[in-house]
Design a protein around this ligand. Structure first.
Ligand code: SIN
Length: 487
């Protein structure tokens, strides 16, 4: 079993104590690059989730009574500790998730940015007063924390998806139970350890590890949990929504995507290639916002394919700890099988491999990045999220055709387009039916901007000013019968 420094913990965090599962059951976490065991975690279930909910409920009254500034100071201490421990956190992340060390290091900075941002947003929470119908009445709209919140987080961004949910919740005065992916729990537990060092009181942040069903069932069934935030598939998101119906929880659901990436004839080719590489190949294509369908106009098609092909051939596939590697393993064999099936299906339907790095054959851990030309809407990769390093090019002639193709999906998370025509920029930007639109950029995820989708991509927004709203209720406080103001 590989041992990291002090931050690799093999226990859950419940009520400020590092805890084993009640029956002592454990789960192994394996390194996707090598198959080696990284460590074991407690295999918690409903009982552990209920203990964590009780701890969060117990901690809530005192945490909400603290001043916003006081809570923000603890968040800032957490931010400083995350930044100071970047190298160890990144090594843990690469060991359990597989992404190249440089990307893991970047994710820690990204994760920390949410903590810093929401510490500041927490200080700015403000209600308002309302003109009353009689002289003896005052009406205030007060902002209050939602209460105990649950966060169910995915394996593709083991740190950032936690801080993007937990930081606004804690800043708003909520307490939290986190259920990290059982594939990547160690990054979450390390963040929990740093949160303890930062000074969060016992029960304010709890982390329960184990398989999803028992924990998710307890979190959704509990009337004490007033809000659930989930990042993951649309299938699981709608299941959690159904499970949350009886307790009428507030929900934030960041679900699947099928992002179009449109390159118009008047685009800057170099900019578009850089954006396509960033969007498509980040985390080996395992992101909800990654370009799934590259729609390229006739007049620029060949130049764009040639330039993107050069960049794809330069990708280096391997263990994320090896210097220079840009594409790590996929998370597991099911993920590599799905990518291979999408490529096979595209080839069977007439696509061509235009570029791939030399010497990469692919196996059940690593896949061969490919640039495909001749993609068409009848291929699986046109309608399903590939979640891998496959860039299919769909060729189009007219702007309306591109917009129609882009919108022809039940998903509505991210979209991207490249043009230097300002009239087209407004037309297309407004016509795209997605929660996020990137014009001349492949990067749209950052702490100061709202992140989230419409249609089958979910509900709510994370990050930005909107991110903290998800953890606040509005209370109308009517103060009547004031004396000395007339009838
Ligand atoms: C995701 O893939 O779910 C999140 C991606 C991001 O935050 O950039």
């Amino acid at each position: 079993m590989a041992r990291e420094g002090d931050l690799l913990v093999e226990a859950m965090l419940i009520d400020g104590a590092w805890t084993a599962a009640r029956g002592g059951d454990t789960l192994e976490v394996t390194d996707p690059a090598t198959g080696a065991v990284v460590g074991t975690i407690p295999s918690g279930g409903a009982a552990e989730a209920e203990a964590a909910i009780a701890a969060a409920a117990q901690a809530f009254p005192a945490w909400r009574r603290r001043t916003a500034d006081d809570r923000a100071n603890v968040l800032e201490a957490w931010h400083a500790l995350i930044v100071a421990n970047t190298a160890e956190l990144a090594r843990i992340m690469t060991a359990e998730q597989g992404k190249p060390l440089a990307e893991a290091t970047g994710e820690i900075a990204y994760a920390a940015s949410f903590v810093k941002w929401f510490a500041a947003e927490g200080r700015r929470v403000a209600g308002h007063t309302i003109a009353a119908p009689t002289p003896d009445r005052r009406i205030l709209a007060l902002r209050e924390p939602v209460g105990v919140c649950a966060a169910i987080t995915p394996w593709n961004f083991p740190a950032a998806m936690i801080t993007r949910k937990v930081a606004p919740a804690l800043a708003a005065g909520c307490t939290v139970v986190v259920k990290p992916s059982e594939l990547t729990p160690f990054t979450a537990l390390a963040l929990g350890k740093l949160a303890q060092q930062a000074g969060f009181p016992a029960g304010v942040l709890n982390i329960v590890t184990g398989l999803p069903d028992g924990i998710g069932g307890a979190l959704t069934a509990s009337p004490v949990v007033r809000k659930l935030s989930f990042t993951g598939s649309t299938r699981v998101g709608s299941l959690l929504m159904r499970q949350s119906a009886d307790t009428l929880k507030r929900l934030s659901l960041e679900l699947g995507g099928n992002a179009p990436f449109i390159v118009f004839d008047d685009a800057d080719v170099d900019l578009a290639v850089a954006g396509a590489m960033a969007s498509k190949f980040r985390n080996a294509g395992q992101t909800c916002v990654c370009a799934n369908r590259l729609l390229v106009q006739d007049g620029i098609h060949d130049r764009f394919v040639a330039a993107l092909g050069t960049a794809v051939r330069a990708l280096k596939v391997g263990d994320g700890r090896t210097e220079g590697v840009t594409i790590g393993p996929l998370i597991n064999a099911a993920a590599t099988a799905k990518v291979a099936a999408h490529v096979d299906d595209a080839l069977a339907h007439g696509a061509t491999i235009a570029a791939t790095p030399d010497g990469v054959t692919g196996d059940d851990r690593f896949v061969r990045p490919v640039l495909l030309t001749g993609a068409t809407p009848d291929m699986r990769l046109a309608s399903e999220e590939t979640f891998g390093p496959v860039a299919p090019i769909f060729r189009f002639e007219r702007e309306e055709e591109a917009v129609a193709l882009a919108n022809a999906t039940p998903f509505g998370l991210a979209s991207y387009f490249y043009t230097d025509d300002l009239h087209r920029a407004w037309r297309v930007g407004e016509a795209l039916e997605f929660g996020m639109v990137g014009l001349n950029t492949g990067s749209i995820a950052m702490e100061m901007a709202p992140f989230g989708g419409i249609k089958a991509s979910g509900l709510g927004r994370e990050g930005g000013r909107e991110g903290i709203e998800e953890y606040l209720e509005t209370k109308a406080f009517h103060w009547a019968g004031l004396k000395g103001f007339g009838a």
